[in-house]
Design a protein around this ligand. Sequence first.
Ligand code: SF4
Length: 437
Amino acid sequence: MNAIPKVGFVSLGCPKASSDSERILTELRAEGYLISPNYHDADLVVVNTCGFIDAAVEESLDAIGEALAENGKVIVTGCLGAKADVVTAAHPSVLAVTGPHATEAVMAAVHAHLPKPHDPYLDLVPPQGIRLTPDHYAYLKISEGCNHRCTFCIIPSMRGDLVSRPIGDVMQEAERLAEAGVKELLVISQDTSAYGVDVKYRTGFWQGRPIRTRMTELAAALSELDVWVRLHYVYPYPHVDEIIPLMAEGKILPYLDIPFQHASPRILKAMKRPAAAENTLARIRAWREICPELVIRSTFITGFPGETEEDFQQLMNFIDEAELDRVGCFTYSAVDGATANALPDHVSDEVKEERRARLMERQADISADRLAARIGQTMTVLIDEISEEGAIGRSYADAPEIDGVVVIEDGADLAVGEFVTVEITDSGEHDLWGEVV
Ligand code: SF4
């Protein structure tokens, strides 16, 4: 009997890229390929790349180079794959290059260079597919691409316009994941609030029931699965108001990940940000009135071309008044192909960095105060790992990998994926400490 063909897999980039990787891995296993944990045993290697910023392009090209040196047979997919000429210029010997969300094209390339095993055992595939996240949480991708044209971003040129997945397919995947033991679903896309715009909010079906392809209806349907539902990449459009009551009623997590990026109307306009004209502060206040537990995470960019000290002060005032829970801040960096590169009045690296540091210093105090206010509260915590420190988990206020954690020093007996009630006893700048109640 011939040895079963083995494929090595390198997955780089954001959760959206991980979700593509999961699909390709699931397909490979469905067809009977084995996944090799190292280059040496693999018959060929698939590298799923990221091309968002120059550093990611370099990391991706290095990973391709390493796979070629160690194995020799490499198929490239993902965001950088959308720029096939960049890949082939650096590495002419790759076997094939495809863009993002191209499972079929990747499988065709794998078949061409490593024929399918003769007798696939379909039952090797667990019903929830192969996932890169731990068993207890999973990313749920609801759409691909983006209809916006933010001037600093090249995702639309790499991933194309918005294409929403049929709501029936999304719900079936979510249901399968919940049945397989997943406790938390992280809804991702480039713009979650735009879900369904491309299909005019078409009605789909789940369990024989009509449901519109729309964020509110999706959130309500997901809430029936009895798992944590966390929304990422939401823009502050008026219709986002509709999901706040679902949060207040405990149906989905009172957590919103909204990449505001700036607060100066002039800069937001130059960035061509979605919902740039909305009165965001008033909207946040109204949301908090309906749902006081609401936690908001956001990201910002300092030093966008043309940003004056006055623009930056507007951003700092917003930071003061919005009192966001979690904030990430990046300095503007010119991405090859982004239209913002052509804007006048680029800001020096020193000023960009100095503004970033000022913003993060101010935010650190705000985050620390908001966390300190949790001391004495009881919170439900989902356990992510057991370590020497005890158990480490997250409350509704923490998304995996990007937010803080809750450390439970007396939690060594807890199990990964378990929900526990914890009394918060201490807090830091990012994390909380607590005891099992
Ligand atoms: S919303 Fe803007 S930043 Fe986000 S993917 Fe679309 S164009 Fe890029």
